[in-house]
Write a protein that binds this ligand. Structure first.
Ligand code: HEM
Ligand code: SF4
Ligand code: SF4
Length: 529
Protein backbone atom coordinates (compact mmCIF):
# COMPACT_ATOMS: atom_id res chain seq x y z
CA UNK A 1 0.00 0.00 0.00
CA UNK A 2 2.90 2.37 0.79
CA UNK A 3 3.77 2.36 -2.91
CA UNK A 4 0.54 4.28 -3.58
CA UNK A 5 0.49 6.21 -0.32
CA UNK A 6 3.95 7.75 -0.56
CA UNK A 7 3.55 9.70 -3.81
CA UNK A 8 0.01 10.63 -2.83
CA UNK A 9 1.20 11.92 0.54
CA UNK A 10 3.98 13.92 -1.14
CA UNK A 11 1.35 15.49 -3.45
CA UNK A 12 -0.78 16.46 -0.47
CA UNK A 13 2.21 17.95 1.40
CA UNK A 14 3.16 19.90 -1.70
CA UNK A 15 -0.34 21.25 -2.33
CA UNK A 16 -0.94 22.01 1.35
CA UNK A 17 2.37 23.88 1.46
CA UNK A 18 1.23 26.06 -1.44
CA UNK A 19 -2.13 26.73 0.15
CA UNK A 20 -0.33 27.60 3.42
CA UNK A 21 1.32 30.44 1.52
CA UNK A 22 -2.10 31.88 0.69
CA UNK A 23 -4.21 31.02 3.76
CA UNK A 24 -3.63 30.76 7.50
CA UNK A 25 -3.88 27.13 8.72
CA UNK A 26 -7.48 27.62 9.91
CA UNK A 27 -8.48 28.51 6.33
CA UNK A 28 -6.40 25.98 4.42
CA UNK A 29 -9.18 23.90 2.82
CA UNK A 30 -7.05 20.75 2.69
CA UNK A 31 -6.77 20.77 6.49
CA UNK A 32 -10.55 21.00 6.90
CA UNK A 33 -12.02 18.70 4.29
CA UNK A 34 -14.47 16.85 6.55
CA UNK A 35 -15.49 20.17 8.08
CA UNK A 36 -16.09 21.63 4.62
CA UNK A 37 -18.15 18.54 3.80
CA UNK A 38 -20.41 19.49 6.71
CA UNK A 39 -20.52 23.12 5.61
CA UNK A 40 -21.62 22.14 2.11
CA UNK A 41 -24.26 19.91 3.68
CA UNK A 42 -25.66 22.90 5.62
CA UNK A 43 -25.72 25.01 2.43
CA UNK A 44 -27.47 22.15 0.61
CA UNK A 45 -30.02 21.89 3.44
CA UNK A 46 -30.87 25.59 3.67
CA UNK A 47 -31.04 26.11 -0.11
CA UNK A 48 -33.00 22.84 -0.44
CA UNK A 49 -35.63 24.01 2.05
CA UNK A 50 -36.07 27.26 0.13
CA UNK A 51 -36.30 25.55 -3.25
CA UNK A 52 -38.79 23.03 -1.88
CA UNK A 53 -41.23 25.85 -1.05
CA UNK A 54 -41.62 26.57 -4.78
CA UNK A 55 -41.25 23.02 -6.05
CA UNK A 56 -44.27 21.13 -7.44
CA UNK A 57 -44.12 17.36 -7.36
CA UNK A 58 -46.14 16.62 -10.50
CA UNK A 59 -44.73 15.22 -13.77
CA UNK A 60 -45.34 18.45 -15.67
CA UNK A 61 -45.40 20.84 -12.74
CA UNK A 62 -41.92 19.87 -11.50
CA UNK A 63 -40.14 21.16 -14.61
CA UNK A 64 -42.29 24.30 -14.78
CA UNK A 65 -41.81 25.15 -11.12
CA UNK A 66 -38.03 24.87 -11.51
CA UNK A 67 -38.11 27.03 -14.65
CA UNK A 68 -40.07 29.62 -12.67
CA UNK A 69 -37.38 29.64 -9.96
CA UNK A 70 -34.53 29.82 -12.46
CA UNK A 71 -35.87 32.64 -14.65
CA UNK A 72 -38.75 34.45 -12.93
CA UNK A 73 -37.25 34.47 -9.44
CA UNK A 74 -33.61 34.19 -10.52
CA UNK A 75 -32.45 36.68 -7.86
CA UNK A 76 -33.39 34.39 -4.96
CA UNK A 77 -34.90 31.01 -5.82
CA UNK A 78 -32.61 30.81 -8.88
CA UNK A 79 -29.53 31.50 -6.77
CA UNK A 80 -30.77 29.02 -4.18
CA UNK A 81 -31.15 26.38 -6.88
CA UNK A 82 -27.61 27.03 -8.08
CA UNK A 83 -26.28 26.99 -4.51
CA UNK A 84 -28.08 23.69 -3.98
CA UNK A 85 -26.40 22.21 -7.02
CA UNK A 86 -22.90 23.60 -6.52
CA UNK A 87 -22.81 22.82 -2.79
CA UNK A 88 -23.86 19.23 -3.61
CA UNK A 89 -20.99 19.04 -6.10
CA UNK A 90 -18.71 20.53 -3.45
CA UNK A 91 -19.71 17.78 -1.06
CA UNK A 92 -18.66 15.07 -3.50
CA UNK A 93 -15.38 16.83 -4.17
CA UNK A 94 -14.60 17.36 -0.47
CA UNK A 95 -15.60 13.81 0.38
CA UNK A 96 -13.39 12.34 -2.35
CA UNK A 97 -10.34 14.41 -1.42
CA UNK A 98 -10.94 13.88 2.34
CA UNK A 99 -11.01 10.14 1.78
CA UNK A 100 -7.85 10.23 -0.35
CA UNK A 101 -6.05 12.37 2.25
CA UNK A 102 -6.94 10.06 5.14
CA UNK A 103 -5.70 7.17 3.01
CA UNK A 104 -2.49 8.97 2.01
CA UNK A 105 -1.72 9.94 5.63
CA UNK A 106 -2.38 6.36 6.76
CA UNK A 107 -5.19 7.37 9.07
CA UNK A 108 -7.56 4.63 7.97
CA UNK A 109 -5.94 1.54 9.49
CA UNK A 110 -5.60 0.22 13.02
CA UNK A 111 -7.92 2.03 15.44
CA UNK A 112 -8.99 4.41 12.65
CA UNK A 113 -10.85 1.58 10.89
CA UNK A 114 -14.21 2.55 12.38
CA UNK A 115 -14.17 6.11 11.02
CA UNK A 116 -13.03 4.84 7.63
CA UNK A 117 -15.64 2.09 7.34
CA UNK A 118 -18.48 4.36 8.47
CA UNK A 119 -17.38 6.83 5.76
CA UNK A 120 -18.43 4.31 3.10
CA UNK A 121 -22.21 4.43 3.69
CA UNK A 122 -21.80 8.22 3.73
CA UNK A 123 -20.39 7.96 0.22
CA UNK A 124 -23.31 5.88 -1.05
CA UNK A 125 -25.91 8.08 0.64
CA UNK A 126 -24.46 11.28 -0.85
CA UNK A 127 -24.70 9.73 -4.32
CA UNK A 128 -28.26 8.49 -3.76
CA UNK A 129 -29.35 11.96 -2.59
CA UNK A 130 -27.59 13.67 -5.51
CA UNK A 131 -28.87 11.34 -8.21
CA UNK A 132 -32.48 11.52 -6.99
CA UNK A 133 -32.04 15.31 -7.02
CA UNK A 134 -31.20 15.26 -10.73
CA UNK A 135 -34.25 13.10 -11.28
CA UNK A 136 -36.61 15.64 -9.66
CA UNK A 137 -35.90 18.38 -12.21
CA UNK A 138 -37.65 16.24 -14.83
CA UNK A 139 -35.75 17.63 -17.79
CA UNK A 140 -34.00 15.60 -20.48
CA UNK A 141 -31.05 14.88 -18.24
CA UNK A 142 -33.48 13.65 -15.57
CA UNK A 143 -35.14 11.42 -18.15
CA UNK A 144 -31.78 9.91 -19.13
CA UNK A 145 -30.78 9.44 -15.47
CA UNK A 146 -34.20 7.96 -14.62
CA UNK A 147 -34.14 5.46 -17.46
CA UNK A 148 -30.51 4.43 -16.97
CA UNK A 149 -30.87 4.13 -13.17
CA UNK A 150 -34.09 2.13 -13.44
CA UNK A 151 -32.55 -0.33 -15.86
CA UNK A 152 -29.62 -0.65 -13.51
CA UNK A 153 -31.86 -1.14 -10.44
CA UNK A 154 -34.03 -3.65 -12.29
CA UNK A 155 -31.06 -5.98 -12.51
CA UNK A 156 -31.66 -6.68 -8.82
CA UNK A 157 -34.48 -9.20 -8.39
CA UNK A 158 -36.23 -7.10 -5.75
CA UNK A 159 -38.86 -5.11 -7.62
CA UNK A 160 -42.15 -6.91 -8.42
CA UNK A 161 -42.79 -4.57 -11.37
CA UNK A 162 -39.68 -3.31 -13.21
CA UNK A 163 -39.00 0.34 -12.29
CA UNK A 164 -38.10 1.14 -15.89
CA UNK A 165 -41.72 0.54 -16.93
CA UNK A 166 -42.60 3.94 -15.43
CA UNK A 167 -40.48 5.57 -18.12
CA UNK A 168 -41.46 3.64 -21.22
CA UNK A 169 -44.27 6.00 -22.26
CA UNK A 170 -45.54 9.41 -21.05
CA UNK A 171 -48.85 8.04 -19.74
CA UNK A 172 -47.16 5.43 -17.51
CA UNK A 173 -45.49 7.95 -15.21
CA UNK A 174 -47.71 9.26 -12.44
CA UNK A 175 -47.37 11.96 -9.81
CA UNK A 176 -47.16 9.45 -6.96
CA UNK A 177 -43.82 8.26 -8.29
CA UNK A 178 -42.58 11.84 -8.08
CA UNK A 179 -43.82 12.20 -4.54
CA UNK A 180 -41.95 9.01 -3.66
CA UNK A 181 -38.78 10.38 -5.25
CA UNK A 182 -39.11 13.65 -3.36
CA UNK A 183 -39.51 11.67 -0.15
CA UNK A 184 -36.32 9.67 -0.88
CA UNK A 185 -34.44 12.85 -1.79
CA UNK A 186 -35.32 14.40 1.57
CA UNK A 187 -35.10 11.27 3.75
CA UNK A 188 -31.63 10.23 2.54
CA UNK A 189 -29.83 13.39 3.79
CA UNK A 190 -31.50 12.90 7.18
CA UNK A 191 -30.13 9.35 7.31
CA UNK A 192 -26.82 10.78 6.07
CA UNK A 193 -26.67 13.13 9.03
CA UNK A 194 -27.22 10.23 11.40
CA UNK A 195 -24.48 8.15 9.70
CA UNK A 196 -22.13 11.17 9.90
CA UNK A 197 -22.81 11.32 13.62
CA UNK A 198 -21.74 7.66 13.83
CA UNK A 199 -18.74 8.49 11.59
CA UNK A 200 -17.46 10.90 14.24
CA UNK A 201 -18.05 8.77 17.32
CA UNK A 202 -14.38 7.90 17.66
CA UNK A 203 -12.90 11.35 17.25
CA UNK A 204 -13.06 13.74 20.14
CA UNK A 205 -14.02 17.37 19.51
CA UNK A 206 -14.71 16.77 15.81
CA UNK A 207 -14.43 19.96 13.84
CA UNK A 208 -17.83 20.30 12.20
CA UNK A 209 -17.90 24.08 11.77
CA UNK A 210 -15.23 25.77 9.66
CA UNK A 211 -13.45 28.95 10.76
CA UNK A 212 -15.47 32.04 9.84
CA UNK A 213 -13.08 33.09 7.07
CA UNK A 214 -13.16 29.67 5.45
CA UNK A 215 -16.97 29.51 5.70
CA UNK A 216 -17.46 33.00 4.26
CA UNK A 217 -14.92 32.42 1.49
CA UNK A 218 -16.58 29.14 0.52
CA UNK A 219 -20.04 30.72 0.54
CA UNK A 220 -18.83 33.66 -1.51
CA UNK A 221 -17.29 31.29 -4.04
CA UNK A 222 -20.60 29.41 -4.33
CA UNK A 223 -22.62 32.63 -4.73
CA UNK A 224 -20.26 33.98 -7.41
CA UNK A 225 -20.43 30.65 -9.25
CA UNK A 226 -24.23 30.74 -9.00
CA UNK A 227 -24.34 34.23 -10.52
CA UNK A 228 -21.77 33.60 -13.22
CA UNK A 229 -23.05 30.19 -14.25
CA UNK A 230 -26.55 29.62 -12.89
CA UNK A 231 -27.80 26.03 -12.76
CA UNK A 232 -30.18 25.45 -15.67
CA UNK A 233 -32.36 22.60 -16.88
CA UNK A 234 -31.85 20.86 -20.21
CA UNK A 235 -35.30 21.08 -21.83
CA UNK A 236 -38.43 19.27 -20.57
CA UNK A 237 -38.41 15.49 -20.43
CA UNK A 238 -40.29 13.76 -23.23
CA UNK A 239 -40.69 10.03 -22.78
CA UNK A 240 -41.63 9.55 -26.41
CA UNK A 241 -38.16 10.71 -27.45
CA UNK A 242 -34.64 9.59 -26.63
CA UNK A 243 -32.60 12.54 -25.27
CA UNK A 244 -29.89 13.48 -27.77
CA UNK A 245 -27.06 15.75 -26.56
CA UNK A 246 -26.78 16.01 -22.78
CA UNK A 247 -24.46 17.83 -20.42
CA UNK A 248 -23.55 15.54 -17.49
CA UNK A 249 -22.67 16.62 -13.96
CA UNK A 250 -19.44 14.69 -13.66
CA UNK A 251 -19.40 14.85 -9.87
CA UNK A 252 -22.51 12.70 -9.53
CA UNK A 253 -23.08 11.15 -12.91
CA UNK A 254 -19.60 10.00 -13.92
CA UNK A 255 -20.70 6.34 -13.80
CA UNK A 256 -23.53 6.84 -16.29
CA UNK A 257 -21.48 6.70 -19.50
CA UNK A 258 -20.17 3.34 -18.22
CA UNK A 259 -23.78 2.09 -18.19
CA UNK A 260 -23.84 2.55 -21.96
CA UNK A 261 -20.86 0.23 -22.31
CA UNK A 262 -21.24 -2.28 -19.50
CA UNK A 263 -24.24 -4.36 -18.58
CA UNK A 264 -26.15 -3.48 -15.39
CA UNK A 265 -24.88 -6.70 -13.78
CA UNK A 266 -21.26 -5.83 -14.55
CA UNK A 267 -21.67 -2.35 -13.03
CA UNK A 268 -23.26 -3.81 -9.88
CA UNK A 269 -20.42 -6.30 -9.51
CA UNK A 270 -17.86 -3.55 -10.07
CA UNK A 271 -19.36 -1.10 -7.56
CA UNK A 272 -20.04 -3.68 -4.86
CA UNK A 273 -16.55 -5.20 -5.25
CA UNK A 274 -14.97 -1.73 -5.14
CA UNK A 275 -16.94 -0.86 -1.98
CA UNK A 276 -15.91 -4.13 -0.33
CA UNK A 277 -12.26 -3.55 -1.20
CA UNK A 278 -12.41 0.00 0.19
CA UNK A 279 -14.14 -1.31 3.34
CA UNK A 280 -11.44 -3.98 3.75
CA UNK A 281 -8.52 -1.57 3.19
CA UNK A 282 -7.87 -0.98 6.93
CA UNK A 283 -6.86 -4.64 7.20
CA UNK A 284 -4.86 -4.85 3.95
CA UNK A 285 -2.41 -5.38 5.56
CA UNK A 286 -3.39 -5.11 9.25
CA UNK A 287 -1.50 -2.51 11.26
CA UNK A 288 1.16 -3.62 13.69
CA UNK A 289 -0.36 -3.69 17.20
CA UNK A 290 1.18 -1.13 19.54
CA UNK A 291 0.59 -1.40 23.30
CA UNK A 292 -2.01 1.16 24.34
CA UNK A 293 -1.76 3.76 27.11
CA UNK A 294 -1.84 2.38 30.65
CA UNK A 295 -3.11 4.08 33.80
CA UNK A 296 -1.22 3.69 37.04
CA UNK A 297 -3.90 4.29 39.66
CA UNK A 298 -1.42 4.92 42.46
CA UNK A 299 -0.29 8.01 40.53
CA UNK A 300 -3.64 9.16 39.13
CA UNK A 301 -5.49 11.89 41.01
CA UNK A 302 -8.44 12.01 38.63
CA UNK A 303 -7.65 15.50 37.31
CA UNK A 304 -9.25 14.71 33.86
CA UNK A 305 -6.49 16.34 31.81
CA UNK A 306 -5.71 13.15 29.91
CA UNK A 307 -9.40 12.68 29.03
CA UNK A 308 -9.62 16.28 27.83
CA UNK A 309 -6.53 16.07 25.64
CA UNK A 310 -7.03 12.62 24.11
CA UNK A 311 -7.85 13.13 20.41
CA UNK A 312 -9.74 9.86 20.07
CA UNK A 313 -12.01 9.79 23.16
CA UNK A 314 -10.05 6.81 24.46
CA UNK A 315 -9.90 8.02 28.07
CA UNK A 316 -13.01 8.26 30.24
CA UNK A 317 -13.24 9.35 33.83
CA UNK A 318 -14.91 6.77 36.04
CA UNK A 319 -15.74 6.46 39.76
CA UNK A 320 -12.70 5.64 41.84
CA UNK A 321 -12.14 1.93 42.29
CA UNK A 322 -9.08 1.78 44.56
CA UNK A 323 -10.22 3.58 47.72
CA UNK A 324 -7.85 6.56 47.26
CA UNK A 325 -9.44 9.86 48.32
CA UNK A 326 -10.21 11.07 44.80
CA UNK A 327 -13.57 11.15 43.11
CA UNK A 328 -12.56 9.71 39.75
CA UNK A 329 -9.92 7.76 37.90
CA UNK A 330 -8.81 7.64 34.28
CA UNK A 331 -9.73 4.52 32.29
CA UNK A 332 -8.33 3.79 28.82
CA UNK A 333 -10.43 1.96 26.24
CA UNK A 334 -7.89 -0.22 24.38
CA UNK A 335 -10.19 -0.39 21.35
CA UNK A 336 -9.91 3.37 20.84
CA UNK A 337 -6.36 4.20 21.93
CA UNK A 338 -3.98 4.90 19.02
CA UNK A 339 -0.92 5.11 21.32
CA UNK A 340 -0.15 8.75 20.51
CA UNK A 341 1.05 9.46 24.06
CA UNK A 342 -0.71 12.85 24.23
CA UNK A 343 -2.33 11.78 27.51
CA UNK A 344 1.08 11.18 29.09
CA UNK A 345 2.12 14.65 27.92
CA UNK A 346 -0.95 16.07 29.68
CA UNK A 347 -0.61 14.30 33.03
CA UNK A 348 0.59 16.51 35.91
CA UNK A 349 2.50 13.56 37.37
CA UNK A 350 4.68 13.26 34.26
CA UNK A 351 7.67 15.01 35.73
CA UNK A 352 11.29 13.97 35.25
CA UNK A 353 12.37 15.90 38.36
CA UNK A 354 11.11 13.07 40.59
CA UNK A 355 14.05 11.03 41.69
CA UNK A 356 12.56 9.01 44.50
CA UNK A 357 11.66 5.68 43.01
CA UNK A 358 10.92 5.01 39.39
CA UNK A 359 9.32 7.62 37.13
CA UNK A 360 5.77 6.25 36.86
CA UNK A 361 3.21 8.85 35.78
CA UNK A 362 -0.57 8.48 36.12
CA UNK A 363 -0.80 7.46 32.47
CA UNK A 364 1.94 6.32 30.12
CA UNK A 365 2.74 4.35 26.97
CA UNK A 366 4.36 1.05 27.97
CA UNK A 367 6.39 0.82 24.75
CA UNK A 368 7.64 4.44 24.90
CA UNK A 369 7.54 5.27 28.58
CA UNK A 370 8.53 8.58 30.11
CA UNK A 371 11.04 6.83 32.39
CA UNK A 372 12.68 5.55 29.24
CA UNK A 373 12.53 9.04 27.70
CA UNK A 374 14.35 10.50 30.69
CA UNK A 375 17.08 7.88 30.30
CA UNK A 376 17.25 8.54 26.55
CA UNK A 377 17.64 12.28 27.22
CA UNK A 378 20.44 11.71 29.66
CA UNK A 379 22.25 9.39 27.27
CA UNK A 380 21.71 11.67 24.26
CA UNK A 381 23.01 14.84 25.90
CA UNK A 382 26.07 13.15 27.37
CA UNK A 383 27.95 13.51 24.06
CA UNK A 384 26.81 17.05 23.21
CA UNK A 385 29.46 19.76 23.07
CA UNK A 386 29.87 23.36 21.86
CA UNK A 387 28.06 26.61 22.69
CA UNK A 388 24.78 25.60 21.10
CA UNK A 389 23.96 22.14 22.35
CA UNK A 390 20.56 21.32 20.90
CA UNK A 391 18.09 18.66 21.91
CA UNK A 392 15.38 18.07 19.34
CA UNK A 393 12.15 16.31 20.28
CA UNK A 394 10.68 15.22 16.96
CA UNK A 395 7.46 13.41 16.23
CA UNK A 396 7.01 10.31 14.09
CA UNK A 397 5.00 12.14 11.42
CA UNK A 398 6.48 15.61 10.93
CA UNK A 399 9.86 16.66 9.57
CA UNK A 400 12.82 14.44 10.51
CA UNK A 401 15.69 16.58 11.81
CA UNK A 402 17.79 13.64 12.92
CA UNK A 403 19.95 13.04 9.88
CA UNK A 404 22.28 16.00 9.62
CA UNK A 405 25.78 17.03 10.51
CA UNK A 406 25.17 19.85 12.97
CA UNK A 407 27.64 19.54 15.84
CA UNK A 408 26.04 19.52 19.26
CA UNK A 409 22.72 18.14 18.08
CA UNK A 410 20.78 15.19 19.48
CA UNK A 411 17.36 14.09 18.33
CA UNK A 412 14.78 12.04 20.18
CA UNK A 413 11.61 10.71 18.62
CA UNK A 414 8.16 10.68 20.16
CA UNK A 415 4.90 9.41 18.69
CA UNK A 416 3.53 12.97 18.84
CA UNK A 417 5.14 16.21 19.93
CA UNK A 418 2.36 16.65 22.55
CA UNK A 419 3.49 13.38 24.16
CA UNK A 420 6.31 15.45 25.66
CA UNK A 421 5.25 16.76 29.09
CA UNK A 422 6.31 20.43 29.42
CA UNK A 423 8.21 19.52 32.60
CA UNK A 424 10.74 17.70 30.40
CA UNK A 425 11.61 20.95 28.59
CA UNK A 426 12.11 22.64 31.96
CA UNK A 427 14.22 19.68 33.06
CA UNK A 428 16.57 19.90 30.05
CA UNK A 429 17.04 23.67 30.29
CA UNK A 430 17.17 24.15 34.06
CA UNK A 431 19.55 21.22 34.53
CA UNK A 432 21.74 22.61 31.72
CA UNK A 433 21.49 19.35 29.79
CA UNK A 434 21.33 21.37 26.55
CA UNK A 435 21.44 25.04 25.54
CA UNK A 436 18.25 24.88 23.56
CA UNK A 437 15.25 22.63 23.03
CA UNK A 438 13.55 22.22 19.66
CA UNK A 439 10.08 20.76 19.28
CA UNK A 440 9.59 19.52 15.73
CA UNK A 441 6.09 18.41 14.76
CA UNK A 442 3.65 18.35 11.87
CA UNK A 443 2.65 21.57 10.11
CA UNK A 444 0.35 23.82 12.10
CA UNK A 445 -3.26 22.76 11.57
CA UNK A 446 -2.21 19.42 10.08
CA UNK A 447 -1.19 17.32 13.09
CA UNK A 448 -1.38 13.60 12.38
CA UNK A 449 -2.95 13.09 15.81
CA UNK A 450 -5.22 16.10 15.24
CA UNK A 451 -4.34 18.26 18.26
CA UNK A 452 -0.63 17.63 18.98
CA UNK A 453 0.77 20.94 17.69
CA UNK A 454 -2.17 22.95 19.05
CA UNK A 455 -1.96 21.50 22.56
CA UNK A 456 1.84 21.91 22.59
CA UNK A 457 1.61 25.54 21.54
CA UNK A 458 -1.01 26.22 24.20
CA UNK A 459 1.02 24.51 26.92
CA UNK A 460 4.08 26.60 26.01
CA UNK A 461 2.01 29.78 25.98
CA UNK A 462 0.56 28.79 29.37
CA UNK A 463 -3.01 28.61 28.09
CA UNK A 464 -3.46 24.89 28.60
CA UNK A 465 -2.58 22.57 31.45
CA UNK A 466 0.07 21.44 32.08
CA UNK A 467 1.75 24.82 31.60
CA UNK A 468 5.39 25.10 30.70
CA UNK A 469 6.87 26.81 33.75
CA UNK A 470 7.40 30.55 33.39
CA UNK A 471 11.03 30.19 34.43
CA UNK A 472 11.92 28.41 31.17
CA UNK A 473 13.40 31.15 28.97
CA UNK A 474 11.45 30.98 25.71
CA UNK A 475 14.58 32.16 23.88
CA UNK A 476 15.93 28.67 24.50
CA UNK A 477 12.90 27.01 22.99
CA UNK A 478 12.10 26.73 19.30
CA UNK A 479 9.11 25.06 17.66
CA UNK A 480 9.37 23.91 14.06
CA UNK A 481 6.07 22.88 12.55
CA UNK A 482 6.94 21.26 9.25
CA UNK A 483 6.07 18.32 7.01
CA UNK A 484 8.67 15.68 6.07
CA UNK A 485 8.98 17.40 2.67
CA UNK A 486 10.00 20.70 4.34
CA UNK A 487 13.39 19.39 5.48
CA UNK A 488 15.60 21.99 3.87
CA UNK A 489 13.65 24.91 5.35
CA UNK A 490 13.42 23.16 8.73
CA UNK A 491 17.20 22.69 8.78
CA UNK A 492 17.70 26.35 8.00
CA UNK A 493 15.45 27.26 10.94
CA UNK A 494 17.37 24.88 13.16
CA UNK A 495 20.68 26.46 12.25
CA UNK A 496 19.29 29.95 12.79
CA UNK A 497 18.09 28.88 16.25
CA UNK A 498 21.49 27.37 17.04
CA UNK A 499 23.14 30.68 16.01
CA UNK A 500 20.72 32.68 18.17
CA UNK A 501 21.61 30.57 21.21
CA UNK A 502 25.26 31.50 20.96
CA UNK A 503 24.42 35.14 21.63
CA UNK A 504 22.40 34.41 24.80
CA UNK A 505 23.87 34.94 28.29
CA UNK A 506 25.20 31.55 29.35
CA UNK A 507 23.26 31.33 32.59
CA UNK A 508 19.85 32.25 31.10
CA UNK A 509 17.44 29.61 32.31
CA UNK A 510 19.87 27.68 34.41
CA UNK A 511 19.11 29.66 37.53
CA UNK A 512 15.95 29.00 39.46
CA UNK A 513 14.82 32.61 39.22
CA UNK A 514 11.56 33.41 37.45
CA UNK A 515 12.07 34.79 34.00
CA UNK A 516 9.41 36.80 32.20
CA UNK A 517 7.93 34.50 29.59
CA UNK A 518 8.77 35.71 26.10
CA UNK A 519 7.19 34.31 22.97
CA UNK A 520 8.95 31.15 21.82
CA UNK A 521 10.55 31.17 18.42
CA UNK A 522 8.01 29.62 16.11
CA UNK A 523 8.81 28.45 12.65
CA UNK A 524 5.99 27.47 10.34
CA UNK A 525 7.68 26.10 7.36
CA UNK A 526 7.16 25.08 3.88
CA UNK A 527 9.90 24.49 1.36
CA UNK A 528 7.98 26.74 -0.97
CA UNK A 529 8.19 29.58 1.50
C1 HEM B 1 -19.57 14.28 3.38
C2 HEM B 1 -18.89 13.28 3.87
C3 HEM B 1 -17.97 13.33 5.05
C4 HEM B 1 -17.90 14.24 6.04
C5 HEM B 1 -18.75 15.48 6.24
C6 HEM B 1 -16.84 13.83 6.92
C7 HEM B 1 -16.47 14.50 8.06
C8 HEM B 1 -15.40 14.17 8.85
C9 HEM B 1 -14.92 14.95 9.97
C10 HEM B 1 -15.52 16.28 10.44
C11 HEM B 1 -13.87 14.29 10.51
C12 HEM B 1 -13.06 14.70 11.74
C13 HEM B 1 -11.94 15.57 11.30
C14 HEM B 1 -11.26 16.22 12.49
O1 HEM B 1 -11.94 16.92 13.24
O2 HEM B 1 -10.05 15.98 12.64
C15 HEM B 1 -13.67 13.09 9.74
C16 HEM B 1 -12.68 12.17 9.98
C17 HEM B 1 -12.45 11.06 9.19
N1 HEM B 1 -13.11 10.71 8.03
FE1 HEM B 1 -14.72 11.67 7.27
N2 HEM B 1 -16.29 12.66 6.45
C18 HEM B 1 -16.95 12.33 5.30
C19 HEM B 1 -16.72 11.25 4.49
C20 HEM B 1 -15.72 10.32 4.69
C21 HEM B 1 -15.44 9.20 3.84
C22 HEM B 1 -16.20 8.86 2.58
C23 HEM B 1 -14.39 8.54 4.39
C24 HEM B 1 -13.70 7.28 3.93
C25 HEM B 1 -14.29 6.24 3.46
C26 HEM B 1 -13.98 9.25 5.58
C27 HEM B 1 -12.96 8.88 6.41
C28 HEM B 1 -12.56 9.55 7.54
C29 HEM B 1 -11.50 9.14 8.43
C30 HEM B 1 -10.64 7.88 8.28
C31 HEM B 1 -11.43 10.09 9.46
C32 HEM B 1 -10.59 10.00 10.73
C33 HEM B 1 -9.28 10.60 10.73
C34 HEM B 1 -8.65 10.33 12.07
O3 HEM B 1 -8.77 9.21 12.58
O4 HEM B 1 -8.04 11.25 12.59
N3 HEM B 1 -14.81 10.32 5.74
N4 HEM B 1 -14.61 13.04 8.74
S1 SF4 C 1 -2.25 7.38 23.84
FE1 SF4 C 1 -3.41 8.91 22.65
S2 SF4 C 1 -5.26 7.81 22.01
FE2 SF4 C 1 -4.35 6.59 23.67
S3 SF4 C 1 -5.36 7.30 25.51
FE3 SF4 C 1 -3.49 8.51 25.31
S4 SF4 C 1 -4.12 10.35 24.19
FE4 SF4 C 1 -5.75 8.85 23.94
S1 SF4 D 1 -3.93 13.27 33.63
FE1 SF4 D 1 -2.89 11.81 34.98
S2 SF4 D 1 -3.61 12.30 37.01
FE2 SF4 D 1 -5.00 13.31 35.60
S3 SF4 D 1 -6.69 11.85 35.32
FE3 SF4 D 1 -5.22 11.43 33.70
S4 SF4 D 1 -3.86 9.84 34.52
FE4 SF4 D 1 -4.98 10.72 36.25
Amino acid sequence: MTIIQRPLRACFFWLEGWLDRIFPPAWNPLYHLGTLGFFYLWVVTVSGIYVYIFFDTGTTEAYDSIEYMTYEQWYLAGIMRSLHRYASDGMVLMMGVHMLREFALDRYRGKHWFTWVTGLPVLWLVFIAGITGYWLVWDMLAQYVAQATSEWLDWLPIFGVPVVRNFLAPNLLDDRFFTLLTFIHIAVPIILLFVLWIHLQRVSRPEVNPARGLALGTLLMLVVLSLVKPAESQGPANLSQVPAELGLDWFYLFAYPIMDIWSSGALWVFLVTLSLIVAALPWLPPMRRVPVARVDLANCNGCTRCAEDCPYSAVTMQPRSDGLPFEREAVVDPALCVACGICAGACPTSTPFRRTGELVPGIDLPSRSLADLRTRIETAVADLSGDARLLVFGCDHGVDLGRQDLPGLATLKLPCVAALPPAFIDYVISRDLADGVVLAGCREGACYYRFGTEWTQERIERRRDPYLRARVPRERLCTIWAAPTDRAAAERALRAFAASLESLPPDLGRTRQRATPAKPQVEELSDHG
